[in-house]
Design a protein around this ligand. Structure first.
Ligand SMILES: NC(=O)c1ccc[n+]([C@@H]2O[C@H](COP(=O)([O-])OP(=O)(O)OC[C@H]3O[C@@H](n4cnc5c(N)ncnc54)[C@H](O)[C@@H]3O)[C@@H](O)[C@H]2O)c1
Length: 278
């Protein structure tokens, strides 16, 4: 399939390289000229095990290309993934959607035939509805479909997570488009990945609900750890003891200095804002 990734950061670059490796033709776009120049010189701006080799291989075979030219990339693709950042907003704890909406506006100018526009960025419920409205200002509704396909990869394990995911979540209000996405992911599904489809808002919420749940597990064991310290109990024994219950599971139950990383702090804040606003 002909694919375009808007935003060649962590998610766009890793998933673009992996889609190319599965045999698709991928155009990776970024507005950051320096990043695109580096990538065209076979230099990878992030460290991720296996990424350099995968990009080099697919770049030499012409399956992946890097460009600043969004117009050319949109026109020559059937499926367009939005992979831009959604950092915490400066004014509130909500997700800043400016990059997403800007990308949607730019895409809308260059839609020349039917396109599937997929949000891979982590976005709050109803963002897909808003993207649809932005594009509908410029193009007839028959020319595009907006889908949610959140990404669950972890930095440092990103290629493995993409190739062997626990699940692939697709949220669409159109069955034919869901089928196209299922076909795109078929090589991973054949290797055991579970494909789960729901409506667009459902997929948007699944991403936040997953991250918030994992963050909750970490916070919970830290609270239990405080009690352990006061009572002379080894919290590691408690983690093992409760983690052996299959309903609970042992992962994300290690007491430590709380959670960090690029996603949990921003996504837990954003889901709280979303819940308040509804
Ligand atoms: N990093 C992770 O581990 C991870 C995992 C799962 C989901 N996510 C989510 O994926 C999204 C992207 O995260 P990331 O870490 O890849 O971000 P990133 O900051 O590494 O990359 C975003 C890229 O988008 C580019 N960009 C912004 N606007 C653009 C536009 N209009 N046209 C072209 N390029 C544009 C930026 O220049 C940047 O290179 C976020 O919503 C994040 O929450 C991230």
């Amino acid at each position: 399939m002909k694919i375009c990734m808007i935003g060649t950061g962590y998610v766009g670059l890793v998933s673009g390289a992996c889609f190319a490796d599965l045999g698709n033709t991928v155009l990776c776009v970024d507005k950051d000229k320096e990043k695109i120049t580096l990538l065209n010189q076979n230099q990878i701006p992030i460290f991720e095990p296996g990424l350099q080799e995968m990009v080099s291989k697919n770049f030499s075979s012409g399956r992946i290309k890097f460009t600043n030219n969004l117009k050319m990339a949109v026109k020559n693709s059937d499926i367009i993934f939005i992979c831009v950042g959604t950092p915490t907003s400066k004014k509130s704890h909500s997700a800043n959607l400016n990059y997403v909406f800007q990308a949607a506006k730019e895409i809308s100018k260059f839609i020349n035939k039917f396109k599937i526009i997929v949000t891979k960025s982590t976005v709050p419920i109803t963002t897909g509805d808003k993207i649809e409205k932005i594009i509908a200002k410029k193009k007839r509704k028959k020319l595009f479909e907006v889908v949610s396909n959140p990404e669950f990869l972890r930095e440092g394990e990103a290629i493995r997570d993409f190739r062997f995911p626990d699940r692939i979540i697709v949220g669409s209000n159109n069955k034919r488009v869901t089928k196209r996405l299922e076909t795109l992911y078929e090589p991973l599904i054949k290797k055991g990945a579970k494909f789960f489809s729901t409506n667009r808002r459902g997929a948007e919420l699944i991403k936040y609900a997953s991250n918030a749940f994992l963050a909750t597990k970490i916070s919970y064991i830290n609270e239990i750890s405080n009690l352990c310290e006061k009572t002379g109990v080894n919290v590691e024994d408690v983690s093992i003891g409760i983690g052996l219950d299959q309903r609970i599971g042992s992962r994300f139950l290690r007491a430590g200095p709380a959670y960090g990383g690029s996603c949990f702090p921003k996504d837990t804040k954003a889901i709280a804002v979303t819940a308040d606003s509804f």
